[in-house]
Design a protein around this ligand. Sequence first.
Ligand SMILES: NC(=O)c1ccc[n+]([C@@H]2O[C@H](COP(=O)([O-])OP(=O)(O)OC[C@H]3O[C@@H](n4cnc5c(N)ncnc54)[C@H](OP(=O)(O)O)[C@@H]3O)[C@@H](O)[C@H]2O)c1
Length: 334
Amino acid sequence: MKAIELTAPGLVAFRQTELPEPQVAPGEVLVRLRAATLNFADVAVATGAFPGATFPMIPVADGAGEVAALGEGVSGLSIGERVIPHFMPNWQGGAMTSRHVAAMRGITLPGSLAEYVAVPANSLVALPAHLDFVQGAALPIAATTAWNAVRSAQLRPGSVVVLLGTGGVSIFALQFAKASGATVILASSSDEKLERARQLGADYLINYRATPAWDEKVLRLTEGRGADLVVETVGGATFARALNAAAMGGTVFTVGFVSGTAVSIDLLPIIVKALRIVGNSTGSVADLGEAVRAIAAHRIVPVIDRVFSLDETGAAYAELSAGGRHFGKLGIVH
Ligand SMILES: NC(=O)c1ccc[n+]([C@@H]2O[C@H](COP(=O)([O-])OP(=O)(O)OC[C@H]3O[C@@H](n4cnc5c(N)ncnc54)[C@H](OP(=O)(O)O)[C@@H]3O)[C@@H](O)[C@H]2O)c1
């Protein structure tokens, strides 16, 4: 089968190769992959910053495709069915354990830049009928994380949500927050991207370059109350402002580190406002299933900024690692 391998840490170390087709073990399904999408973590893996990968490896955690063969004992799936293989196939539900973390597609297991992959049948989620393969491939990491954020804060009509930037997680969080009836305040570096966010339903827009104290603007927009949920996708540069922007009892859903992981903060806002600082590391197959059900029910269409071919894998990684050029997700089609 045709595959892209990453031969060593580095964004220029991709090579196209032919590999034997994987054999399906009992309980597994052979998936003919049709598309992949990139996450920030894929760049971290490719640059050697994410632990666990051994080279050469087939990169990219997230993908989608169709069932090509069924292993012994697999029922309830049929050849040709469109599916999304979850990138942590052993994490069916509940709390994450080290056993789940040890098996991640695109890191310690073969990823999505190959024609075929063999995965446990119970790690597959059906691709909603209104989505194509690239849109389906956008869901495992980014949509599940955004779903967990919205669920953790128990959003309801009238809740206020703050989103930072217009990357994959923020745009899914925007779509889920609007589906929940919440008011969304979104900050981006670009007026053009803010306009695109407005078209997706964002209620208030802040250019964080023009208004670095975006947290104060959030407080003004909410008459001093603050946000019920801040989805912290940025990390070091924004965490203290996220605490300031949160309402009493609000949730700072902490997932991202695009600006690093080191922070110096004042504990007082956490104590005085009784904030919930909730850490999250993507989500389980069950979480992905719930996110997909919400996406199907609300006819949510993932935002794919650009689609690259397999031959353009290096260019796709370069686009994501440039930081801040894309809006939503970047896809790679087979
Ligand atoms: N822990 C988890 O569960 C989990 C799951 C998924 C992702 N993540 C992490 O979450 C982060 C975001 O992921 P992603 O896939 O959405 O990344 P992404 O698509 O690369 O988006 C990153 C966005 O961050 C925005 N940004 C950068 N600096 C900013 C700042 N100072 N203030 C506000 N926004 C800023 C930019 O938006 P503009 O261009 O609009 O300015 C940029 O597009 C990454 O660190 C990723 O590893 C964690």
